[in-house]
Structure formats: C-alpha cells, structure tokens
Design a binder for this molecule. Structure first.
Ligand SMILES: [Zn+2]
Ligand SMILES: [Zn+2]
Length: 96
C-alpha cells in the first residue's frame, strides 16, 4: 500500500493508494486520506480537502483513486516521486 503526501504545500495529510478498491482499514486507523485525486501525468496527489479543478502543473483533470496509481508507484513509474513517503506492506505487522 503506497502512501503519498498531499501535494498542497503545508498539508501534511497522508494519502493511502490501494490496489484494492474500497475502504482500507489500515488507512482509516491512521486517519489517511483514501478518497484522493491524482494527476496521471505529473503523479501529484491531493487529499479530499485540496482537490484541484485541474492539475496546476499540466492542467490535466485530476483522476479519482485507481489501481493503476498503486501499480505505477510500485513499478517506479509514478511521476511525483518526491511525494511518495512510504510503501506499507499489509499483513506482515502481526504474528511473531
Ligand atoms: Zn499534472
Ligand atoms: Zn491536503
């Protein structure tokens, strides 16, 4: 589960990008944004408080959450690389 930071300057909100559609209990536990918007070209993402009309960088319309975002991050093809703050692997935190 890649985690992005909201691209709005001054916003510290973390954004959970999941391959699996729907609600993510881990993201909710940590109060991460799951309903983000992302630019397919620049790779920037914004939390629900800062959705732009269009990307301020390239004016493409921002996209709703999609599995392709998570795949792009996982394969290193995500444009906004500096906004990727973590990649959380689910299912390894418990059981020791
Ligand atoms: Zn853009
Ligand atoms: Zn934000």
């Amino acid at each position: 589960m890649p985690v992005l930071r909201c691209h709005e300057s001054g916003c510290e909100r973390s954004i959970s990008v999941s391959v699996t559609p729907g609600r993510n209990p881990v993201a909710e536990m940590f109060d991460m944004c799951v309903d983000y918007r992302a630019c397919p070209r620049c790779g920037f993402a914004w939390c629900e408080a800062h959705w732009p009309e269009g990307c301020p960088g390239c004016e493409a319309s921002a996209q709703a959450p999609a599995a392709s975002h998570a795949l792009a991050i996982a394969t290193g093809h995500w444009g906004g690389g500096e906004d990727v703050v973590a990649s959380v692997v689910l299912g390894t935190a418990e059981g020791s």
